[in-house]
Design a protein around this ligand. Sequence first.
Ligand code: 2AM
Ligand code: CA
Length: 262
Amino acid sequence: MQGSANLNVMIKAARAAGRSLVKDFREVENLQVSMKGAGDFVSKADIAAEKIIREELMEARPNYGWLAEEGGAAEGKDPTRRWIVDPLDGTTNFLHGLPHWAISIALEHKGEIIAGVVYDAAKDEMFYAEKGEGAWLNQSRLRVSGRSRMIECIFATGLPFGGRADLPETLQDLARILPSTAGVRRFGSAALDLAYVAAGRYDGYWERSLNAWDLAAGLLIVKEAGGLVQPMDADGSILEDGTIIAANEPIFEKFSGIVRDA
Ligand code: 2AM
Ligand code: CA
């Protein structure tokens, strides 16, 4: 796909941040003895990656606004466009030396995501999409899976950890979903969960309690791969509520019905 100038800027920024993160990821292994030391190191790696992305994007498009996990929000001179960035999605994986984390960069125009990049730098998998132009993984076009029997489908989700309060809801979700499917996976990066739905690796994905930067790029990639995405509350907003249900079309109604039957 011959991407727009904006998409090329986003891909360039993701690659630059990816190089920095891959270098730091190799170092993490040496720090495992001290989790605290590793935690501080990873948060520095995260902030350094965000700085690289911000510099690349702001140099190319100085008028656009900004929303990112580490750096907060800033309105641009052009109030209709903003970057939504997660420099390191899957931080816990990164910290544990698990090669499953990604950089997520989205471009929003008048409240709608028009371009998205999710880059798995450890595996050099660049997932990207532009509105109306399809979804891609490196040079290949992506398509969601065509599975229509729930019992053959694999679903991804996130599970609460630490002090997160939605444990009962999550356990009820699992009780409803596990028996009628081929299984549930919990890999720890919302951005990659969505990219994997787009690639047909997962048949669907649901999660609550996320932030706009976890979801913005991935939701467009799913849509452009022919999948459906909705917030948990059908009248709500994915990015404002931080909830999502994503799946291929043949199973969406059934799957979303089960998930929403909370
Ligand atoms: P992160 O790695 O950038 O923190 C895992 O289920 C997903 O939840 C990841 O995308 C992770 O993003 C996100 N996540 C981690 N901690 C979170 C929190 N306290 N609130 C909301 N989302 C979180
Ligand atoms: Ca994140």
